[in-house]
Design a protein around this ligand. Structure first.
Ligand SMILES: Nc1nc2c(ncn2[C@@H]2O[C@H](COP(=O)(O)OP(=O)(O)OP(=O)(O)O)[C@@H](O)[C@H]2O)c(=O)[nH]1
Ligand SMILES: [Mg+2]
Length: 281
């Protein structure tokens, strides 16, 4: 019997819409993967794969890609840009720079784009995956420093730290948020991290293969990755880096209050789901 308004509350009113949305999301991801395989048949990445999620970054991504190293030590670096539903020429600018591009037809969020990037990197030969932003806030030239502790097998994941390095931005509210959320995450998963919300990270492939299936966040993904990684027993380290102001444009994460609230929600729900054992994908 179709639900009527009268007993809609009994039938979990949004479940059908949510199912539709899930199928559309999956369709978008599958289609992007198929197009990628068609664009780059049989591709084999270098051992280091830099995954960059980019959304409406046509003004910024060209300079970031120009600065990307092609070698770290004797390890070849492949760069993969994942674009989802950008309304500008982000994907074209990246293609013109000669890097690998995977494009989705609709916007699913940075977390979803990175997960697709992780899957592609792992299935095409990555041994180490680096993530960094397309807006110029991370310096690709610091990749060697970022990779060093993982290559030396001291840790399994490295997060860049603006607090151990240099923060060139001036927003004191955002800075207070970085400190506060690092403290929250450290308390939950017994770590001593100073900048757990930094998106410049290095992962060993084995770690990512273990952690990726547990990730679900579509946008505010950094807390989820750290909490999941730590709670599954992997070793996390930090490296001091420079945190630059966004080259141009605005944050895709909303203003400080929206960002702060959404981030807190991700910490709380990931804690509930992952560390308290209430797993649900
Ligand atoms: N593919 C994809 N990338 C996204 C999306 N939202 C943000 N990004 C990218 O993720 C990176 C970080 O996004 P920002 O909006 O700068 O957010 P942030 O750096 O975490 O926070 P800010 O300190 O506010 O800049 C950039 O490369 C964005 O282009 C999205 O919906 N899809
Ligand atoms: Mg940014």
């Amino acid at each position: 019997m179709a639900p009527t308004q009268k007993h809609r509350w009994l039938t979990r009113p949004d479940s059908r819409d949510q199912r539709r949305l899930r199928s559309l999301r999956q369709f978008s991801l599958d289609r992007a993967r198929l197009l990628f395989e068609a664009d780059y048949p049989g591709v084999r990445f270098g051992p280091v794969v830099a995954v960059i999620a980019a959304y409406n970054e046509e003004e910024n991504i060209g300079d970031v890609l120009k600065a990307m190293p092609t070698l770290v030590g004797d390890l070849e670096v492949s760069t993969l840009v994942v674009v989802d539903g950008s309304s500008d020429h982000t994907a074209q600018v990246a293609r013109d720079r000669g890097v690998y591009v995977c494009e989705m037809p609709v916007n699913l969020g940075q977390g979803a784009a990175l997960r697709l990037g992780y899957q592609l990197a792992l299935s095409h030969g990555a041994r180490f995956v680096v993530t960094l932003d397309a807006d110029g806030q991370n310096d690709p030239a610091e990749m060697e420093t970022m990779l060093a502790p993982v290559l030396a097998d001291e840790v399994d994941m490295v997060i860049a730290s603006r607090r151990l390095g240099v923060d060139q931005t001036t927003d004191w509210f955002r800075r207070a948020g970085v400190n506060f959320y690092a403290w929250c995450i450290n308390t939950i998963v017994s770590q001593h991290l100073t900048d757990s919300s930094n998106g410049y990270r290095v992962f060993k492939a084995e770690l990512l293969a273990d952690v990726e299936p547990h990730l679900i966040q579509e946008q505010y993904q950094t807390a989820e990755v750290v909490i999941t990684t730590a709670s599954r027993g992997w070793r996390i380290g930090e490296q001091p880096t420079v945190w630059h102001p966004r080259a141009s444009g605005i944050s895709k994460k909303g203003g400080n209050l929206i960002f702060g609230f959404s981030y807190a929600k991700v910490i709380a729900t990931t804690w509930w789901r992952v560390t308290l054992g209430n797993h649900r994908r």
